[in-house]
Design a protein around this ligand. Structure first.
Ligand code: NCD
Length: 335
């Protein structure tokens, strides 16, 4: 039984769910919410919007910003939260299956946000919830090497805002650099590119961590242009945005990333002169040495803003999920 048709904004599992209209709507909603948040009156209004709801934050994979981002998004809307951050403190150690644990959460809360190591687990949880009486939405906050849909939404918001005066994302050239094979943020973002016209992607990665074939096949199928290179300097003058990721060595099987020379996949101040004046530098964070800290002072560095945008986009997601978006879009503060 498929109970989540494309048009229904319920579970957030993967970015293939989103079409252009929905992406544009979420971006507008995020901007409207940020306007409310500029005043005490607006913040108090937001805090009352979902004060009758409760959320479960099930984060059994390390997380700083995504956890805090969701937690603060809940607080902004008055949503009460409970959390599990370590499965060794849950009844899973008593032999309970994860799906039974998740079903337990669904008894107490109105939405479950989950980050786990396991690919496909958010989908299994959503499938389970679709078949029980108390159906609550699942939000995938990162599933193994596979997807990180809410990160991709905040990335889209950051790109749209950065290009607001240049026609938005349509027609732009976006480079992705780093561990493209195991970086779930770039994978999720790639799936969204078919929604924009004439976007060109440039993948810059060590041979071992090149973008996977499933994503390339998807891009080809949707006629999204992409090229692969290892020559960062050569492509810098043509790009409108560069999205850099760290090597995801937590997924190493035999220390394969340790022996690699990664010096060609780093951005330092010496690169900035080759980039367009209005280019954008992004990173999902946490970073290691793939972006030198001296780059932060350059106005093109948008990763800290990107991080903050994440909280507002997650507020927008809850607002839409609980169908109170009309109270934002037609709210009194915007009159
Ligand atoms: C990313 C993740 O967890 O996939 N972090 C995040 O959520 N902003 C990227 C990463 O860990 O490298």
């Amino acid at each position: 039984m498929e109970r989540t048709p494309k048009s229904e904004f319920f579970h957030i599992l993967k970015t293939q769910q989103f079409d252009r209209a929905l992406l544009d709507e979420l971006c507008e909603l995020t901007t409207a919410i940020r306007k409310f948040a500029k005043t005490k009156e607006g913040l108090l209004y937001l805090r009352g919007l979902l004060a009758h709801k409760r959320a479960m934050l099930y984060f059994t994979q390390p997380s700083t910003r995504t956890f805090l981002s969701f937690n603060n998004a809940c607080q902004i809307l008055g949503i009460q939260t409970s959390e599990i951050r370590d499965s060794s403190t849950s009844s899973e150690v008593k032999g309970e299956s994860l799906l039974d644990s998740l079903r337990t959460f669904s008894s107490y809360v109105d939405v479950v946000v989950m980050r786990t190591n396991a690919e496909g687990l958010a989908e299994s949880a959503a499938d389970l919830f679709d078949h029980i009486k108390r159906r609550v939405p699942i939000v995938n906050a990162g599933s193994g090497k596979d997807q990180h849909p809410t990160q991709a939404l905040l990335d889209i918001y950051t790109l749209e805002r950065s290009f607001a005066h240049r026609g938005g994302i349509d027609g732009k050239t976006l480079a992705m650099m780093g561990d493209l094979k195991r970086g779930r943020t770039v994978r999720s973002l790639c799936y969204l590119m078919k929604n924009y016209r004439n976007v060109k992607l440039i993948f810059i990665a060590p041979d071992r961590f090149k973008m996977e074939e499933d994503i390339k096949a998807h891009l080809q199928h949707h006629a999204v242009q992409f090229v692969e290179t290892q020559d960062l300097k050569k492509v810098l003058p043509e790009i409108d945005a560069i999205y850099i990721t760290r090597i995801q060595d937590e997924h190493d099987k035999d220390g394969e990333s340790k022996s690699l020379d990664l010096s060609a996949f780093k951005l330092g101040v010496e690169h900035l002169k080759y980039m367009k004046q209005d280019a954008v530098i992004m990173h999902p964070l946490p970073r290691r040495d793939e972006i030198h800290p001296d780059v932060d002072a350059d106005p093109r560095a948008k990763f800290w803003r990107q991080e903050r945008n994440g909280m507002w986009m997650r507020v927008a997601i809850f607002v839409k999920q609980f169908k109170v978006d009309h109270l934002i879009m037609h709210g009194h503060l915007l009159d």
